[in-house]
Write a protein that binds this ligand. Structure first.
Ligand code: HAS
Ligand code: CU
Length: 557
């Protein structure tokens, strides 16, 4: 069985709310479908089979245009649309009340859509082939920057709608602990709104005027500093919604309970505190950032490792609790008692397993001297496919396996195909990411066509072949899951009259009311976050802004 149905949902979303969230998923899955098409093309190119020339008649003019579409659609669009939709469900179901201003949330969503369309045109016309990090002095069309800005602003507006809903709920429930899934969603949104101040400054202050011809040159160093102010916490904006599910929903799906409400809340507060002030770990090789500041950000990066360790412990303890309720025995034997036949659960378990490797690789990245060896090599995409393309994307796919039946009142189509899809993706990812890490250590650069390059040493070829093979398997796996989700959404068959798929909301073993008040109050954490961000970034931002040298000429595709 793929999803548990119930006769009386605790709190049901209205038809309009379901439709509204569903629209988010339509855009999210459309982006994932198109974005994923380029994955195997890049992987096969590395293996020596370059299919890009055949795409020229469809307007895709280069490997780099394909890579840009892949990164922007998968890493930016799929995630942001899925997350805003999923968090809307978590807010409504968590607070068990309607959105305070549904019109505001709708306005936010349509702003995102307009932004997406605005950015899509230059992307498809090869006028924004600047990869998903859009580093200057590569220059994209003004419409690309404007579009991205609108997507971010739209997501902020949806966030304001969440805050208003929280304030209404708080007025009615002054003494109750914030329901966990809503609480964690709010922190995710607040973190995102602080984080995106960097890219807002970069686009509005530097890139837009430059692309409009109002300024002659650009300062790549300052742009990169602004970009990574956002770019690092962006990865936690992707990760935290998966954590909302791992802590707040997955335990329920395995017949268990959240092991510790306090630890779960502490992990989310630590992410608010520590996500932003460590972007220099992406700039270890930048000559314009002094070594001392790189050191500070490296230390802070090792600190943000801890909330993920807390998560590792708490989530596995919750899973074990559930598995033992289901009759699981033995030190590790309980793992077999988890409901592996449920594709939603399996997708998230496999996401977690891959994330163990992704997390360890992250630590290697964060060590300055090791980073000098792996920076800008294939190791880095190896790392982020285990994180954003595994921990995050596989979790979102798993969530969709109950969320789409929840929204449409239709049973999941072919749970077995769904299972086969997530396992295929998992195996493909193991092969692909392992090969990318290793060939990266051997010196293979990232973001470069490799297959036909004359300098490729013979020792890379076995790994590059595995990149191609693993990447193709991943594509087959992800397509199978997308087909399952799409057929479920548009099939005729409905659930039996009076049955629903409820949002799985896990109870906690300890009563949340006993969780200390400081783990449910915003002020100390917000003040702490502001202070830490100012300390870690303030002096460098002042230095770089006052020392700005906007002299770099543009490179346009
Ligand atoms: Fe990273 C580069 C450091 C996490 C994404 N990262 C990237 C880039 C991306 C990315 C996209 O310090 C490339 C950007 C670009 O284009 O240039 N990263 C880290 C560290 C962590 C980390 C220390 N990264 C992520 C996450 C991402 C992500 C999460 C996306 C979602 N990363 C770096 C650094 C670079 C970098 C440098 C720059 C590299 C360079 O030179 O360019 C940590 O947060 C990781 C902590 C994670 C763990 C894992 C805990 C495990 C858990 C699983 C539990 C298991 C379960 C399963 C539930 C410690 C929680 C149980 C199953 C059963 C069956 C029982
Ligand atoms: Cu980072």
């Amino acid at each position: 069985m793929a999803e548990t149905t119930t006769k009386t949902p605790v709190y049901a979303l209205t038809r309009e709310e379901r439709r509204f969230v569903g629209l988010h998923l339509v855009f999210a899955f459309a982006a994932l479908t198109i974005g994923s098409l380029f994955g195997p093309l890049q992987a096969l190119e590395h293996a020596g089979l370059d299919l890009y020339p055949t795409l020229e008649k469809f307007g895709i003019q280069s490997y780099y245009q394909g890579l840009t579409l892949h990164g922007v659609l998968n890493a930016l669009v799929w995630t942001t649309f899925f997350i805003t939709g999923f968090l809307t469900v978590a807010i409504i179901r968590g607070f068990q009340r309607r959105l305070a201003y549904p019109g505001l949330n709708q306005f936010g969503f349509w702003t995102m859509v307009v932004g997406l369309l605005m950015a899509a045109v230059p992307l498809l016309l090869n006028k924004a082939t600047v990869l998903f990090t859009f580093y200057p002095p590569m220059q994209a069309s003004t419409w690309f920057y404007l579009g991205l800005t609108l997507v971010v602003v739209g997501s902020w507006i949806e966030g304001w709608g969440f805050y208003a809903t929280y304030w209404q709920w708080r007025k009615d429930n002054p003494k109750t602990r914030t329901p966990f899934i809503a609480f964690a969603s709010l922190i995710t949104m607040v973190m995102w709104q602080i984080a995106t101040l960097g890219v807002a400054a970069e686009i509005l202050g530097l890139l837009l005027p430059w692309s409009m011809g109002l300024t002659d040159g650009i300062d790549p160093q300052l742009s990169r500093t602004f970009f990574w102010f956002t770019g690092h916490p962006l990865v936690y904006f992707w990760l935290l919604p998966a954590y909302v599910s791992w802590y707040g929903m997955l335990p329920k799906q395995v017949d268990g309970k959240l092991f510790s409400d306090s630890l779960a809340r502490l992990a989310f507060w630590l992410f608010l505190l520590l996500s932003v002030p460590l972007g220099f770990h992406h700039q270890f090789v930048d000559p314009g950032v002094p070594a001392g500041w790189k050191y500070v950000h490296a230390i802070l990066t090792f600190s943000v490792f801890f909330p993920s360790l807390l998560t590792f412990f708490t989530v596995i303890a919750s899973l074990e609790y559930g598995a033992r309720q289901r009759g699981g025995k033995g030190r590790f034997g309980w793992i077999r008692a988890l409901p592996w036949s449920n594709p939603s659960v399996t997708a998230q378990l496999l996401a977690g397993i891959l994330f163990v490797f992704g997390g360890i690789g992250g630590l290697a990245n964060a060590a300055y001297n090791v980073n000098l060896v792996l920076h800008n090599t294939a190791w880095v995409p190896g790392h982020f496919h285990l994180t954003v393309a595994s921990a995050v994307t596989l979790s979102f796919i798993g969530i969709s396996f109950w969320l789409v039946p929840h929204l449409t009142h239709k049973p999941l189509w072919q749970p077995k195909v769904a299972l086969a899809g997530v396992w295929t993706y998992f195996v493909g990812m193991l092969i692909f990411s392992n090969a990318m890490h290793t060939v990266g250590l051997l010196g293979a650069p990232r973001r470069t066509t490799l297959g036909l390059a004359p300098y490729v040493p013979a020792e890379w070829s076995g790994y590059l072949w595995r990149v191609g093979f693993g990447g193709s398997l991943m594509w087959i796996g992800i397509m199978a899951t997308i087909v399952v989700v799409a057929v479920t959404a548009f099939r005729k068959k409905e659930l039996p009259e009076g049955e629903f798929v409820d949002v799985p909301v896990a109870e906690s073993i300890e009563d949340p009311q006993r969780t200390p008040v400081w783990l449910d109050s915003w002020k100390p954490w917000l003040v702490g976050t502001a202070v830490l961000v100012l300390l870690a970034y303030g002096p460098q931002l002042i230095d770089q802004i006052f020392g700005m040298s906007a002299t770099s000429p543009r490179i346009a595709p």
